[in-house]
Write a protein that binds this ligand. Structure first.
Ligand code: PEP
Length: 258
């Protein structure tokens, strides 16, 4: 089984040369170490404005490793009067294969609802872009013992009318909101409880596939990355640490080992 490592660059770096430099440094390391990366798939999700350039770098000759392009968001309509939005087809045309949907920063800062997320998931699947659906609870909700209820609610609403789709198109990312960007990751033993809950909850939904891929995200660093894979997560969604070349490479190295 492949382990998936998603790099969410968020709204970074601040210029195209810096974005290329970050990508190239990771790429060069991967090129040199392709032999140990057989079982790892890396998905780089830069801001929209860098997608085209990174896409070109990905296509360069002799770079046929398992590194793919993802976007951080998309809009659900195909075209028209939607100022500031980006359609699934525009992303597809740039070689985007994955898209993050429902990141907690978008839910919280930009008011994305589960209903909007549902439309985005449908649009992504229709365009054959694989969505990475983020779900997670606040600290308050965890403290009140509401984690499973919150996740169930997010999943039920965002997956409305979607469970008949070929849902091997969907990747789930459990991202406890209180762990994102805080330097305070969810302890693997607590994350495992959630993982088991999500496996149980998703299994009957997606009868056609063996298992939904589930990632962990939230302050992952190279010291703890492997712990989440050991307890059964299929991969990681890495934010801050994916912007630090050496740290990101350390995460890949650790995951790729054995
Ligand atoms: C994220 O952006 O989804 C994320 C998990 O960020 P960080 O790794 O910085 O917590």
């Amino acid at each position: 089984m492949e382990t998936i490592i998603v790099a969410n660059w968020k709204m970074n770096p601040q210029s195209l040369p810096k974005a290329k430099e970050l990508f190239n440094s990771v790429r060069n390391w991967i090129k040199k170490n392709s032999n140990i990366l057989q079982s790892v798939r890396i998905i780089i999700c830069p801001p929209f404005v860098y997608l085209e350039s990174i896409s070109k770098l990905l296509k360069t000759k002799n770079f046929r490793l398992k590194v793919e392009l993802g976007a951080q968001n998309l809009f659900w309509e195909e075209k028209g009067a939607f100022t500031g939005e980006i359609s699934p087809k525009m992303l597809k045309n740039l070689g985007v294969k994955y898209v993050i949907v429902g990141h907690s920063e978008r839910r919280k800062i930009l008011g994305e609802s589960d209903e909007m997320i549902n439309k985005k998931l449908k649009a992504a699947i229709k365009a054959k872009i694989k969505p990475i659906l983020c779900i997670g609870e606040t600290f308050e909700e965890r403290k009140r013992g509401k984690t499973f209820k919150v996740l169930k609610n997010q999943l039920t609403k965002s997956l409305t009318h979607l469970t008949t789709q070929p849902l091997n198109y969907l990747i789930l990312a459990y991202e406890p909101i209180w762990a994102i960007g805080t330097g305070n990751p969810c302890k693997p033993e607590d994350a495992k409880e959630v993982l088991l809950f999500l496996r149980k909850f998703t299994q009957p939904l997606f009868r056609s596939i063996t298992q939904t891929l589930i990632l962990y995200g939230g302050s992952v660093n190279s010291k703890i990355a492997k712990d989440y894979i050991k307890i059964g997560f299929d991969g990681l969604l890495v934010g801050g640490a994916s912007l630090k070349k050496t740290e990101f490479v350390e995460i890949i190295k650790d995951i790729a080992k054995d």
